[in-house]
Design a protein around this ligand. Structure first.
Ligand SMILES: *[C@@H]1O[C@H](CO)[C@@H](O)[C@H](O)[C@H]1NC(C)=O
Ligand SMILES: *[C@@H]1O[C@H](CO)[C@@H](O)[C@H](O)[C@H]1NC(C)=O
Ligand SMILES: *[C@@H]1O[C@H](CO)[C@@H](O)[C@H](O)[C@H]1NC(C)=O
Ligand SMILES: [Cu+2]
Length: 182
């Protein structure tokens, strides 16, 4: 294998690593099976406390749009259940919100009385120093790149990483490209 091919192979390995990192984004349905509601006194604070939110995650609100909505608000508005000037309002009943920044993201239902009844949730994305470090992709150290003249590593050695949620089609593409070049 020549120098150019090795460079390409190395670049593809880096791309695959990046894809695997991206695939860690999670979708969280607020309230789990109960969804976004005032029925059953769901403790959304408790719900959020069991999650480790990260930048890139998607927060999904599912509810009957005739009776509820979702408002993103500031901390003072959240504390006071003040719905007079929300930062954003969602009302499809099936709202997915991308979390793109660290820190607190405050949401409540803007229907009078619902926030007071507990239909409010604080999505807190911890600073990276506070979150558990994501495991380094072990199979992708530079040493796993085939040496000149040596046998190419079996694809399974690179693919046996934590991969999840639909990353396999992308990964398959990368693998296909990879095998073309080695
Ligand atoms: C609600 O928030 C608005 C905008 O921040 C503010 O003007 C108003 O005084 C607040 N109302 C209450 C009852 O806190
Ligand atoms: C919510 O929207 C997604 C696509 O954005 C769709 O796949 C899903 O079936 C919808 N769920 C409901 C309950 O409407
Ligand atoms: C939210 O993230 C998804 C994938 O993570 C992306 O496809 C979508 O375009 C994003 N939506 C917005 C509004 O940024
Ligand atoms: Cu409501």
């Amino acid at each position: 294998m020549g120098f150019a091919e090795r460079v390409v192979a190395q670049a593809l390995l880096v791309m695959m690593a990046a894809l695997l990192q991206l695939s860690h984004a999670a979708v969280y349905k607020v309230g789990d099976s109960a969804g976004w509601t005032t029925i059953g006194n769901i403790d959304y604070k408790q719900w959020a406390a069991t999650k480790t939110f990260q930048v890139g995650d998607i927060i999904h609100f599912e509810y009957n749009a005739q009776f509820h909505n979702v408002m993103r608000v500031t901390h003072p508005m959240y504390r006071a259940c003040n719905a007079s000037a929300p930062l954003a309002t969602y009302n499809t009943g099936n709202d997915s919100i991308n979390i793109t920044t660290k820190g607190h993201h405050y949401f409540f239902c803007g229907v009078p009385g619902h926030c007071q009844a507990g239909q409010k949730v604080d999505i807190n994305v911890l600073r990276s120093s506070e979150t558990a470090p994501s495991p380094a992709p072990s199979g992708l150290s530079p040493s796993s790149v085939p040496s000149v003249g040596g046998p190419a590593p079996s694809p399974s050695s690179a693919i046996s990483l934590r991969a999840s949620k639909g990353s396999f089609s992308m990964l398959g593409l990368a693998m296909a490209a990879f095998t073309v070049f080695v």
